[in-house]
Design a protein around this ligand. Sequence first.
Ligand SMILES: [Zn+2]
Ligand SMILES: [Zn+2]
Length: 376
Amino acid sequence: MIEQKLNEFFGDAESTGFGTGWWSGILSAFFGFLSFGAVLCLHFPQLLSSPELRPHYPMHTMRVLIQCLIVAAIFFGVISSILRKKKILALTGMLLAIAATALGGSSVPINETPRGGLGIGLDWFLLDMFLMALIYVPLERLWPQYPEQGTFRNQWTLDVVYFMSTHLPLQILSFLVLLPATQATKYIGVPVLQELIARTPWLLQFFLAVVVADVAEYFIHLALHKVPFLWRFHAVHHSSKALDWIAGSRSHFVDDTLVRGFILVPLMLGFSQTIILAYLIFVTLHATWTHCNFGPNAKWLEKFLVMPRYHHWHHTSQKEGIDKNFAIHFPWIDKIFGTYYYPETWPERYGLDGEEIAPDFFRQTIDPFTGRKRTS
Ligand SMILES: [Zn+2]
Ligand SMILES: [Zn+2]
């Protein structure tokens, strides 16, 4: 519903190719939104920024970045309004950038003490959205496997809501909440094992950590598919009918928590905090990547490392791919356990096989607990 309204408000019937003013309009609106959000974070750091990240920001660089976003929003807005008949996107971007400037722009002083606060992770949401979109959207637009599937495909707003749901309540759910959890390495770590691993080269430690994490992920992922109660939660992740970088965000928080817990506990037994942190960054980038609508394949690499086509087969609704390819990093783990399926082609269909779940975030979050099936 909201998606339809957004499409009607911002979209038109013209071509969305390069040089039509569409992408400059999108960039203007996106950069305008980011700069406005960032200036709000400067004004209300206590409320809108996460205490975990706050002390680590290189503030000078962040301010330069905000300034660049404002300038870029205006620049692309001007280009788009010259090229395109419908100017809503360009106007939105420029208005947001002007509002950000009017509110003080990048030079807003930070008056509050840097500790404590409610800590809504608006800063983390904006920053991660910016980085991920910057890395993956160009790849998807330049080399898509499904060129007809646009960046703003069906249900994209639902996935943005999921993305928000794992970034805004940083205190409760997200990636960095696990940082304090990595402190537990001190308590549950096995010293002999830790020392043994710490003596090996850094790269080998990292590789070992990815192997350990992926084997752990394999078993919890298998359980999420095979145990009917757990499948209710994981079905949300499989409900995407089209995959791209942000489709990977669609995941029930119970699913996320289980998987992360399962991965972290064995890692904490033998690996240092630095290695665990490196793994968390790697898994975020790699898991996002495997959902991408990205066609090219490196034949020599795909046997060793999960590429988009491999994980796409995990998401197919075609019978031959159901309950296959549980590994998220190494295909050979599926080979060892007999769940490997990797034909030369791409799947034709994605989503749930004969099941339906509610289309909205709220019901998707509640229904798995109650077992209620979709009625409308
Ligand atoms: Zn799955
Ligand atoms: Zn997936």
